[in-house]
Design a protein around this ligand. Structure first.
Ligand code: NAD
Length: 382
């Protein structure tokens, strides 16, 4: 078993998810590489307590990320910080020859993303990927395999997205995700859009153009819980992008809708992917986490959607029996298994988002901003 000594920069919501996944590595049965959490860094030292009481392997607690870069015993980093810090900290990690799983959108804007990728060109030995866990659910894996085998026939239409209801309450306090300086001009697209794009981009379904409708719904929010002082909520709450994509295998064009919403009634982290084709159609929503819906068309036959409950079948085999079900923390664990396996062996059954795919994401969202600003169709310049 190879051990990769890991550090985390950013001990918030997502930092804890990785730490927890590393702690239940014994869940995986066939992975010959494992992460060991040895260092954490956060500007807010109050967050260290949870890590201190759960991870005896952590020997370094830092408030300055540079301390982790200088530590030669740390082989890889997970960096989960606000978007305005991505370029600075990812580049520092790459220049310190650390392997890196960075969070999306992998740079606050296109320029920041190009800066990160330029560092990679100078340090090609660093294994660098971007986080996106939903495609590791069993049903999206089946949709991916069906697309790869050409089972859909001619693709009629694709829709993919991630919807949240977390901002429905207009009195929810402002945080960094609602401020352009920290979250970026993409707003909800930068926050949620890489999740929608991972599978389409991996299949080569790159949008050629985009028509975007972006909505700002809540104009201001209290600066803290219960405060009467309110400040502008600057970022886009909801985004709907209608794109022209093409099937690489045939060149046939089809409409692809990408949808990212912060204000979507009733949706708690609802990720979905639907592919309609002339032979087969398939649909998955994390609202029904084990259910794959599909329709096989045969001329003259009944056109009926069927539902199949897939159970716990994962890319990296795990102790959970196939009669049980799969969830968010399983997807996180599978993503980490894919990262560590690809780092150690150069390939994984389904790999994490590549730096090139993050660049495509930036090209698409830059075009979406342009499309919305001039109320027209914008070509995507890759
Ligand atoms: N993959 C996913 O499902 C998913 C979900 C949510 C967020 N994210 C991404 O994860 C990243 C972090 O988001 P989050 O929700 O965990 O945010 P968060 O606010 O919960 O955590 C960010 C942490 O970064 C720390 N930080 C800020 N400046 C720092 C600095 N200079 N040095 C060290 N630490 C610093 C903050 O103190 C905070 O603890 C973002 O890129 C976000 O888009 C991914």
């Amino acid at each position: 078993m190879r051990t990769i000594k890991f550090g985390i920069v950013g001990c918030g919501l997502m930092g804890r998810e990785f730490a927890s996944a590393a702690a239940r590595w014994c869940h995986l049965t066939d992975v010959d590489v494992r992460p060991e959490l040895v260092a954490v860094c956060d500007a807010n030292a109050d967050l260290f307590g949870w890590y201190r009481s759960n991870f005896p392997s952590i020997t370094r607690f830092a408030t300055d990320y540079r301390d982790l870069m200088k530590d030669g015993s740390i082989e890889a980093l997970y960096v989960a910080v606000p978007h305005h810090l991505h370029a600075e900290i990812y580049v520092a990690a790459i220049e310190a020859d650390k392997h890196l799983l960075g969070e999306k959108p992998f740079g606050i804007d296109r320029e920041a993303n190009a800066t990160i990728r330029a560092a990679l060109v100078k340090h090609p030995k660093a294994f660098v990927r971007c986080s996106s866990e939903f495609p590791f659910f069993p049903a999206p894996q089946r949709i991916f395999q069906a697309a790869q085998s050409g089972a859909f026939g001619r693709i009629l239409e694709v829709s993919a997205g991630l919807h949240h209801c977390s901002d429905m309450d207009p009195d929810k306090p402002l945080n960094w995700k609602r401020q352009v300086a920290f979250n970026g001009a993409y707003g909800c697209m930068g926050d949620l859009g890489m999740h929608a794009l991972h599978v389409p981009l991996r299949l080569g379904w790159k949008p050629r153009d985009v028509r975007a409708v972006l909505s700002k719904i809540v104009a201001d929010r209290p600066v803290a819980k219960g405060s009467r002082e309110r400040r502008p909520c600057e970022t886009w709450d909801n985004a709907t992008l209608l794109c022209t994509a093409a099937d690489l295998r045939t060149g046939d064009a089809f409409p692809m809708t990408l949808s990212t919403k912060r204000i979507s009634p009733g949706d708690t982290n609802t990720w979905f992917l639907q592919v309609l084709g002339t032979r087969t159609s398939m649909a998955f929503s994390s609202r029904y986490p084990k259910t794959l819906r599909s329709l096989e068309y045969t001329p003259g036959g009944a056109q009926a959607w069927r539902e199949e409950d897939l159970g716990c079948v994962s890319a990296a085999p795990a102790i959970t029996g196939p009669i049980f079900e799969f969830g968010f923390s399983d997807a996180i664990l599978q993503m980490w298994a894919a990262f560590c396996t690809e780092l150690a062996h150069g390939k994984a059954p389904f790999g994490c988002v590549t730096p090139e795919e993050t660049a495509a994401q930036h090209a698409i969202f830059t075009a979406a901003l342009e499309s919305h600003a001039r109320n027209g169709v914008a070509a995507v310049a890759y």
